[in-house]
Design a protein around this ligand. Structure first.
Ligand code: ASP
Length: 422
């Protein structure tokens, strides 16, 4: 059994959805579990809609209409019959979004998790109808029936025992009894045991694929992308990149942690636990090998990996009473970071000062400063970039930071991280 994950770019047009079908035909003999993300940039659009609706902004309706037209255009190229049931199903999802946008009487993150997963509901509705029509007989299993989580909205943690039970019953059973050969579900989405929808964090569909593979003891996971495999940097930022044919779970997890946008950072661990190989392949060139990630080390890697995180904030805390920043103060600081769900990308301390680099947390920055100002003198800089180079060499490093004002630097044997004004 294989688990395939198709990201937003793999279904962002009529041609792209047709291409997914032709990829699946190459695996006609396999039992497949397919995980789909929302189409194209739908999740970004839904985030905008959610924010607008929560603030009661008059643009909400226009944004929603634009998103609906976008989906109807793609559906139009796949289902020429205007009476095809898919249109009623799409309409139903939009009706649901419409009524949810009015129910603002709950915390924002919960509101978000009721609406933003609609992107995946739309993509799987369109794709499953299309594959059925093409004779592939897929079975759609809603992710909120199988991925059980806690109620930490927008960053939910998996209830592994319950999730495994449900996947065994609702996904493994129909495949193993031969009743179904292709099962489709949504990435990114889960639900609490009492049925409230949750999400696993942005780009969480990779993680969904990994959860399914773990619970199904799958033979392989393939993540289909618009690139030929893993490159040693983001092509939108860096030039002269090379494709990596093979890396170990260990290196992949480190890269994902530092912010390489190859995979959701939680994806690797479940696969590594069961030694399930993961391949990143191009949906444009399905015949090529892509990048293999498994438990074998390809040997010493000397290719530098370049990872850049934008919109970073450097915050420095100095204890007001000039006492050392030791365990008690760190405990206080991390307790607050955890409470506000702020993830630290880099940290550094001296005797009485402690600095962190974080993704800009939006309105939570003021909240964080407000809580900690009693105990610390705080200075911060916004608008930074954090560059991480794994397997760095001095010439490469110097050329990348030439002319930049570096505010914080940290080196280990293989990795250097630098924060500078962008
Ligand atoms: N659609 C979600 C996102 O864009 C999840 C995913 O694509 O993995 O973040």
């Amino acid at each position: 059994m294989k688990v395939f994950k198709f990201g937003g770019a793999s279904v962002n047009s009529t041609t792209a959805v047709k291409n997914v079908k032709s990829i699946l035909e190459r695996y006609a003999e396999q039992q497949l579990v397919l995980v789909f993300s929302a189409i194209g940039k739908t999740t970004n659009a839904l985030e905008k809609i959610t924010t607008a609706a929560y603030g009661n902004h008059p643009d909400t309706g226009i944004l929603l209409d634009d998103l609906k037209s976008y989906h109807l255009e793609i559906a139009g190229g796949l289902f020429p019959d205007p009476h095809h049931p898919v249109y009623g199903q799409i309409q139903e999802i939009f009706n649901r979004i419409q009524s949810l946008t009015k129910e603002t009487n709950c915390p924002f993150d919960e509101f978000y998790d009721r609406i933003v997963p609609s992107g995946e509901l739309l993509s799987t509705t369109i794709v499953s109808n299309y594959l059925r029509e093409s004779g592939l007989d897929p079975w759609l299993v809603p992710a909120c029936d199988i991925i059980v989580t806690d109620p930490r909205f927008r960053d939910a943690a998996i209830n592994w025992s319950e999730t495994e039970k449900r996947i065994t019953e609702k996904v493994a059973a129909p495949i193993l009894t031969g009743e179904k050969k292709i099962i489709i579900t949504q990435g990114f989405i889960g639900a609490t045991a009492d049925g409230r929808m949750t999400t696993l964090g942005r780009e969480g569909s990779d993680f969904t694929a990994s959860i399914l593979a773990f619970c199904l003891n799958a033979g392989e996971v393939i993540v289909w992308k618009d690139v030929d495999g893993l490159l040693n940097g983001d092509p939108a930022i860096f030039q002269n990149l090379v494709k990596i044919d093979h890396i170990s779970y260990y290196d992949a997890i480190e890269l994902a942690f530092f912010g390489a946008k190859i995979l959701h950072p939680k994806t690797i661990k479940p696969l590594q636990n069961k030694s399930i190989p993961l391949r990143i392949k191009s949906f444009f060139h399905p015949e090529s090998g892509g990048t293999l990630i498994n438990n074998q080390s390809p040997g010493e890697m000397d290719v530098p990996f370049l990872i850049k995180k934008q919109n970073q904030v450097l915050i420095s805390f100095v204890s007001k009473d000039f006492s050392f920043i030791a365990e008690d103060k760190l405990h206080l600081l991390f307790g607050i970071f955890n409470q506000l769900n702020i993830k630290v990308n880099l940290m550094q301390n001296s005797a009485i000062s402690f600095s962190i680099i974080i993704n800009h947390p939006g309105h939570k920055l003021e909240e964080l400063l407000g809580i900690l100002r009693n105990d610390f003198d705080i200075r911060y800089n916004e608008g930074l970039e954090l560059l991480t180079i794994r397997n760095f060499n001095e010439p490469e490093l110097n050329s990348l930071i030439a002319g930049k004002k570096v505010l914080l630097e940290q080196r280990s044997r293989r990795t250097i991280q630098l924060a500078y004004l962008s």
